[in-house]
Design a protein around this ligand. Structure first.
Ligand SMILES: Cc1ncc(COP(=O)(O)O)c(C=O)c1O
Length: 366
């Protein structure tokens, strides 16, 4: 069989592959389980599903799928601009915030360019950098949090981008507002900071970096509809930053990159503030319950600001992952993030937590 290896760019040949959480159907097939009885706690999705208002809007919009979508996300752009108190020209939309990271790489990364990121930070930063022939400069975390002094120290003349996810995935840890603000202010003018706020809506008192954008810092903040808004399957996210930076990203954006169903659902989801509040409260209670249950069984977890927790299973992490799969519970191994003793578990619904804790208790693991 032809592989075409000799034809492709070097960067593609050696690119690490993104490993998503295992899908329910696949696990059901592999383990001979009823898909209805499989719980996926592997991709930090909202266990409540989408907001009913968003779903109704998506259904209505589905009738229009024969038309190309609104290319600029006009209505969503204006609603979000009002909501965030930024100009409409300060927003860029993507097929998930992932696409915004790829646009940043399109615009700023080439051979010889360095991109500074945490060593166990969300993997897309590294993949998009390598894809463009750039060099990821991975800075070890300090006590599982981004080490901002060391990251600042890793910036050189060749650095064009710095990624700071807050909270980070997969650790769930966050840096305090004052240190984040000091860090962004300390960056030289030839470096753009991407501040990834994928889980900000779950965070109590999330740092607000809009004053830094207003004072002209080279900063783009990214957010997503995949997490608290429960629209991961529609692929929609966005970034907001200074207009000149956004204009550069717009040049690289493929036309019609966000579909009409995604735009309509996102617009309605923003209005369903009750759903967001229920999701937030359910997450706080669920996380507390899950962490306490795990603690009772002798497993410690890392305090998290997101909708997931990193749990220390020591040398048995892979066995625990397998045991849970056999019982129809999908969680996420994080060995690829250099955290082999941990598993990442998304906060689910109460009955899912009881099932998971029950399996762990019965399995007589460590
Ligand atoms: C820290 C972080 N940023 C960004 C994303 C990307 O989300 P999406 O592309 O679905 O918007 C994720 C998804 O898991 C994430 O954990």
């Amino acid at each position: 069989m032809k592989t075409y290896q000799h034809l492709c760019k070097d960067a593609i040949r050696s690119l690490p592959v993104y490993e998503p959480g295992k899908p329910i159907e696949l696990v059901a097939r592999e383990y001979g389980l009823d898909p209805e009885r499989v719980d996926k706690l592997a991709s930090n999705e909202n266990p409540l599903g989408p907001s009913p208002m968003a779903l109704a809007a998506a259904r209505r919009a589905a009738a229009e799928t024969w038309l190309y979508p609104e290319n600029s996300c006009y209505w969503l752009r204006h609603k979000l601009a009002d909501r965030l108190n930024v100009g409409p020209d300060q927003l860029i939309f993507g097929a998930g915030s992932n696409e915004v990271f790829y646009l940043l790489a399109d615009v700023f990364v080439a051979a010889g360019v360095e991109v500074v990121m945490g060593e166990s930070a969300f993997i897309s930063y590294k993949i998009s950098t390598l894809l463009h022939g750039g060099t990821p400069v991975e800075v070890p975390l300090r006590e599982l949090r981004h080490n901002l002094d060391a990251m600042r120290g890793a910036v050189t003349e060749r650095t064009r981008l710095v990624y700071l996810p807050n909270p980070n995935n997969p650790t769930g840890t966050a840096n305090a507002a004052d240190e984040v603000i000091a860090f962004v202010r300390s960056l030289p003018e030839h470096v753009v900071c991407c501040y990834d706020e994928a889980y900000a809506e779950y965070q109590e008192a999330a740092p607000d970096l809009r004053p830094l954008i207003a004072e002209g810092r080279q900063l783009i903040c990214t957010r997503t509809f995949s997490k608290i808004y429960g629209l991961a399957g529609l692929r929609i996210g966005y970034g907001y930053g200074c207009p000149a930076l956004v204009a550069l990203l717009e040049r690289a954006r493929p036309p019609f990159n966000v579909g009409n169903v995604a735009q309509a659902a996102a617009l309605a989801a923003l209005d369903d503030t009750g759903f967001v509040e229920r999701s937030r409260r359910g997450n706080i209670e669920g996380m507390r319950y899950l962490a306490a249950g795990l603690e009772r069984l002798g497993f410690t977890s890392v305090p998290s600001c997101g909708n997931f927790i990193l749990v220390d299973f020591g040398a048995k992490a892979q066995d625990v992952f397998e045991t849970l799969l056999q019982n129809g519970i999908i969680v996420r191994p994080v060995a690829g993030y250099d955290l082999p003793q941990y598993l990442r578990i998304t906060v689910g619904r109460p009955e899912q937590h009881d099932r998971l804790l029950g399996v762990l208790e019965r399995s007589a693991l460590p």
